[in-house]
Design a protein around this ligand. Structure first.
Ligand SMILES: [Zn+2]
Length: 241
């Protein structure tokens, strides 16, 4: 039996422009097929990732990365919304300013399910975004936090996405993405500036990383390919399916 997504509006809050593809794009694709509206909020602008030939400086690279993220999102769904917080790489933090910025996005998109990082992932930006998303999504439901938009009726359910290579992550559940693995790979291929780095010493082949992780998460859960998540066991953060 195939369980349908019950969340109507799914927002992924990711640290960098290509985190979505590696960690949860298959799940969002599945949500789209089940009729959910999806959106992605990218906190950092990717301006310290590798620059392809002809691209010079962080400003230009950030513009390239944004274009790549937009192209990938169009493959997911023509209606998928991209929110871009434009924070320089390595400067994500759970700060009052960023909480306010993300609160504005959350009240605009109005997710019923939020997918974000876990604080035990490898990169400081991922760790910061895990805390930031948790804080801002709680505040977004608080009538005391006024920004001219309607507060959310309740904080969205929150799923923490897998870590890169699954390190230090014990999944609570898996989503079968067997039908969406190729879409996930095509979305990743939109991030040309990063795939071009496969020849760099010490930089991983991202496509290989994506496929390996989806396959062994699938093997753990008895399907061809899967993405793994944890729920956040906090008051008002768990939804009944
Ligand atoms: Zn990242």
């Amino acid at each position: 039996m195939r369980i349908q997504f019950v969340a109507q509006r799914v927002l992924a809050v990711m640290a960098h422009p290509d985190d979505l593809e590696l960690l949860c794009a298959g799940t969002l694709a599945r949500a789209v097929q089940d009729g959910a509206a999806v959106g992605v909020c990218v906190v950092c602008r990717g301006d310290r990732g590798g620059a392809p030939p002809g691209v010079s400086g962080p400003e230009e690279l950030a513009a390239v990365r944004r274009g790549e993220a937009e192209a990938a999102l169009r493959l997911l769904s023509p209606e998928a919304e991209l929110f871009w917080l434009d924070v320089p790489d390595s400067q994500a933090q759970d700060s009052p300013q960023l909480r306010q910025a993300l609160l504005g996005v959350l009240r605009r998109f109005r997710p019923t399910l939020l997918v974000t990082h876990t604080a035990c992932d490898y990169h400081a930006d991922h760790q910061a975004v895990a805390h930031l998303a948790q804080a801002a999504s709680w505040m977004a439901a608080s009538p005391g936090q006024q920004d001219g938009q309607e507060p959310l009726p309740c904080p969205p359910e929150l799923w923490q996405a897998d870590t890169v290579l699954g390190l230090d992550f014990q999944p609570h559940f898996y989503i079968d993405i067997s039908e969406y693995l190729e879409l996930k790979r095509r979305m990743l291929r939109c991030h040309r500036s990063q795939l071009a780095r496969a020849d760099e010493e010490g930089f991983s082949d991202l496509d290989q990383l994506l496929v390996q992780q989806a396959r062994w998460r699938g093997a753990q859960s008895g399907v061809a390919a899967a993405e793994a998540f944890c729920t956040l066991p906090r008051w008002k953060r768990l939804g009944a399916w």
